[in-house]
Design a protein around this ligand. Sequence first.
Ligand SMILES: [Zn+2]
Length: 418
Amino acid sequence: MSASTDISLKDIAKHVDEERLWSRLMELGQIGATSNEGVCRLALTDEEIKARQLLIEWAQEMSLSVYTDEISNLFFRYEGIQNEKAPVVTGSHIDSQPTGGKFDGAFGVVAGFEAIKAMQDAGFIPQVPLEIAVWLNEEGSRFSPGMMGSEAFTSRRPMEQILAVEDAEGVKTADALERTLASFPGLEKRALGFPMTAFLESHIEQGPILEANGVPVGVVTGIQGSRRYRVKVIGEDGHAGTLPTPERKDALLSALEMIRVMRHKFDVEDMKYTVGLFEISPNVPSVIPSTAFFSIDLRHPDWSTLKTMGDAVETICRQNQGPCLVTVTEVATSESLVFPNEIRECISESADEIGIINMPILSMAGHDARQLHYHCPTGMIFSPCEGGISHNEMENCNPSDLAEVTRVLAASMAKLSQ
Ligand SMILES: [Zn+2]
């Protein structure tokens, strides 16, 4: 092993510069800045192109090579000793919600730059190359659904389906993508799905747990899954005063019974059951409701529990339809997942080795790491965020927490690259 790979994780962590990390985050946050100190930087817009330019400038200053691919993901590469080997990759996204904050996604990308800068400054040369990935359109606020870059990269959604998505103005993803790619004609294009040794995503928690525990680093155990349904109950309208009760087909009463029974059935630990959308028609005071339409959102960290419970939705609706008819459609499914032990241990051991307090935590939200999990050994590192507030212009973090997460990221990448 060459001397440059013998540098300790502590040496690397020492070179993470809190001020540089913070000032880069603030610089990136200026692109698409809103008047309320938030960020509006939607995928494939002029603002997002400007943000890409800034990242490319940083990469050039650090002598990293820059690549893109057909879905316009970006990759910044720090060469190692055995450059034919699959890289250790970190990264996240730079698109935001329309009234988003400066940290969601951006932190994971900027932390990647800071981690590699720290390794360079410490004189550390990894055995395998290190890369920073910027995944296209994680948020899905302009082109929905999101996670386009990571889903295309991992072949989890067909490219034709992604390219056909239109924004609210009728602009196709394919056309916006072509425009973005044309803004960077000099970038070398790589094939989608190239092998990776591991993928790590740093992200703000977007919840209150780390802050409440006073712990700066969360080692993410997995991502809770979700199953989403739309239920339509069809009855028959009629006169509220004249139609006898036994002859009624009241869609509202049937729907309420379904919702009530599910509430009891799904009253198990860690299950989240939400009926967030509910409509009836004709929705007038003297007419028996002829249709009811509602949503069901089920979430649970354990996939087998979520699968069993979710599979019961249609049966429960049918058993409680009364005199009405019911149709149940599952509109979205995300499996709960557990990140591999080897990666979780690598993160927590690296943190322990450099003396940074950390705790295990479950991710309640989806991230690009959800897709990468099916591609290579994957893990996530969380930082606290103020009040657990995210997808909000007020989103805020403590600079020293972000630096601690970046130290753990740098140490974990160094360890994985050996
Ligand atoms: Zn995010």
